[in-house]
Design a protein around this ligand. Sequence first.
Ligand code: GDD
Ligand code: GTP
Length: 399
Amino acid sequence: SFKAVILVGGPQKGTRFRPLSLQLPKPLFPIAGVPLIEHHIDQLSQLSGLSEILLLGFYSPDLFTDFIDRCQKTYRISIKYLKETKPLGTAGGLLAFRGTIIAGLPEAIFVINADVCGDLPVEEMVDQLPRFPDLSCLMLTTEATRQQSINFGSVVIGEDHKVVHYVNKPTTFVSTSISCGAYLMKTHVLKDLEFDDSETMWLETDVLPELAASGKVYAWHTNRWWSQTKTAAAVLYANRHYLRLFKKRYAARLCKDRAQIVGDVFIDPSAQVEPSAKIGPNVSIGPNAVIGRGVRIKESIILADAVIEENACVLHSVVGWRSVVGKWSRIEGIPLEPNPNLPFAKMENKPLFMDDGRLTPSLTILGSDVTVAPETVILNCVVLPYKELTCNEHQMRSG
Ligand code: GDD
Ligand code: GTP
């Protein structure tokens, strides 16, 4: 049997995801109507022989209780939350809970970073195990550009899938193969890990480079869709791709006819949508949201209980929980996506603000409980929760 550990991190993380991560742990942020890590749980639970999924992090466990209850029922799999008392690092957490993780002696354990998304080939990875008898860890890799590769774990892959060199975030170019932050580890690796005296321990620096040097790490290279989800812009990009995956696996989740629908759209059944609204492509609308007459929404996420009043227009934006966009207002962001002219380009994970203090041009984000007065234009802004916007606002790209 197999188990899976999802490294969910904790509240100090996800700074590039503010203000959305101020109210909800980033791993629970809905993409295509489903919390980020539920996509991982969904994909993992398709695997026959998976006995348990463990969420490992330093968020308060209460934040995950309802989510776990619901997922256990939906996916018929045992899910537990393991709380680190403080951030122990990606390997430190595994060590602290090693007893629970290896209990029942599964054959191998998936370890997946919560903040990645994609069409993860978990079944293919399991199928590779018998091929490599001396394998300790199978690392999921993908292709990046030369320039972007140094922001990831860089992997030199030799003959027969063997990882001959692995270095996390190298200062100079090493390889265009990068680690996706998803591993399938043999249980004995965890069993044999030794804790040194330091406070934290990292898979990326303290465990994997050494294992790779001893020839026990293999790479499974995928060209399926994969991305990080560090920023809100990356989440809009992920929204588009998860909607596309739904079309293959859960076509019924996509909305066809509640309004004028363009392309892939998810609308929660409890949302109220006027049929004259034109919605899509690549839009997700959360529970109890209200979408008025003549509204136009495109490439956006509208979170639970938000209200978009009649004839308002929302493009390339995220509208926070309970926010209200007044009539005839326009909320617009700058579309961001990986450079389409560079094969294998990934999303740039720029910080919210540039070194000179200006906002990085990106999508517009309304935090929760924001009110936008009627007939107001909001362009390329990040708005903190509870703000009332009564006049036009924009943060233009200067220079
Ligand atoms: N439980 C726990 N405890 N989880 C943690 C901790 C910790 O102390 N610190 C980080 N994490 C989780 C994060 O939530 C995230 O899911 C994952 O571990 C890795 O986060 P980072 O340490 O921020 O690394 P990164 O995302 O910049 O890079 C990693 O992922 C890349 C792929 O997205 C590395 O593994 C790279 O090599 C890899 O390419
Ligand atoms: P579609 O993708 O089919 O909508 O093509 P398009 O070329 O019309 O899209 P475009 O990106 O130019 O604009 C998006 C849609 O939003 C258009 O259909 C516009 O009519 C509509 N739109 C733009 N601004 C506003 C606005 O302020 N209010 C409303 N209600 N709709 C708007």
